[in-house]
Ligand binder design. Structure first.
Ligand code: ASP
Length: 340
């Protein structure tokens, strides 16, 4: 009798330890649309169908799917960003077992959404954005492999503390740093000045470095209580820029402007007026329209001008919007641009 009880206890212990060792990490995949959810000449794919088409995902994680929106990412808006970051917070609060969030996203505004979430997601739970350059019914569609890699990156213990990341074409980019440089090739987000932070190889996900600019749980931009974000416009410089365009934008209802300048922050004569404006004017950020390199130098004293350093205009706009949720003082906003 004792022997039987002993065997039953042994079997019970074995079965619980076996089930624990085979429990896979939980990953929430939030779908938002984009080419990864598209078919050439056919309606876009719904979130659940997109994930079901990649059954290999279950080799790595227990997947939960949540369709947030289904849009081309050229239709992304600041309001959707705000709703998305709150949606992520609510999902994590309702299921603390989630180890990672993977967001499928179009590539048009992927760098913007990644940067926004990198500065506003107040949690250490890694977020990985992923998309594709080829539709799901094209030959050699890149979506399934990118998606599997994104899940592999998200559940990697080293992903914790790296902020928001983007996985495309076997490369891992920091959410702050990636840039879309090609509108055709699967290698649309190549290594930029700051390089990749890691790689997805068949054997292993390997990280080589961590982003050092503050992000996610270390970021000051807590926007969960906001219903909208400050309005900021981008003005593109070009040869022969007409100052009337600047007048239009400065008079328009907005709380700040970003100028997409020539290399090094140089501007055409149509912008000369900005150097005469007082520091009490709405902030004007100068960013470079050239994606590589950075603008050096300090912001001219007594003016509303802020220098964007290495942030391109679309990301400078996001940082200005977030800075304006805290302050409208030019020197303080410049400090945020130096810091983030
Ligand atoms: N049209 C797509 C988008 O939603 C492009 C892509 O995903 O690559 O951004």
């Amino acid at each position: 009798m004792h022997k039987i009880i002993f065997i039953i206890i042994l079997l019970f212990c074995w079965s619980t330890s076996y089930s624990q060792s085979t429990t896979k990490p939980q990953v929430l995949i939030i779908t938002t649309g984009g080419t990864i959810a598209s078919k050439t000449n056919a309606p876009s794919i719904e979130g659940h169908d997109l994930i079901q088409a990649v059954p290999e995902l279950s080799n790595y994680a227990t997947i939960e799917v949540d369709e947030f929106v289904n849009i081309g990412s050229s239709k992304m808006t600041p309001l959707l960003w705000l709703q998305l970051v709150k949606h992520i917070r609510d999902a994590l609060n309702s299921n603390p077992e989630i180890k990672s969030i993977v967001i499928t996203h179009g590539t048009d505004t992927m760098e913007e959404t990644a940067f926004f979430l990198n500065l506003t997601h107040q949690s250490k739970v890694p977020i990985v954005l992923v998309g594709s350059m080829r539709s799901s019914n094209e030959v050699s569609a890149d979506g399934p492999a990118n998606l599997i890699n994104a899940v592999r990156v998200g559940i990697s213990p080293e992903a914790i503390g790296k902020g928001v990341m983007v996985v495309m074409n076997d490369n891992i980019s920091a959410g702050r740093d990636l840039l879309k440089m090609n509108n055709r090739r699967v290698d649309a987000f190549p290594s930029t000045d700051l390089g990749f932070i890691g790689f997805c190889d068949p054997e292993k996900v390997t990280f080589y470095r961590s982003p050092i600019k503050p992000h996610t749980s270390e970021s000051e931009f807590n926007i969960y209580n906001l219903d909208s974000l400050p309005k900021v416009d981008i003005v593109q410089d070009f040869a022969g820029f007409d100052s009337k365009i600047l007048t239009y934008f400065t008079n328009r209802y907005n709380q700040g402007l970003v100028i997409s300048s020539f290399a090094g922050g140089r501007l055409s004569n149509g912008f000369s007026e900005i150097y005469n404006l007082p520091a009490t004017h709405k902030p004007i950020v100068i960013s470079s329209s050239i994606k590589g390199g950075r603008i050096m130098g300090s912001n001219p004293e007594g003016t509303p001008i802020i220098i964007a350093n290495d942030l391109p205009s679309n990301k400078a706009r996001i940082l200005l919007m977030l800075s304006l949720t805290i302050t409208s003082k030019i020197n303080e906003i410049q400090d945020y641009f130096n810091k983030y």
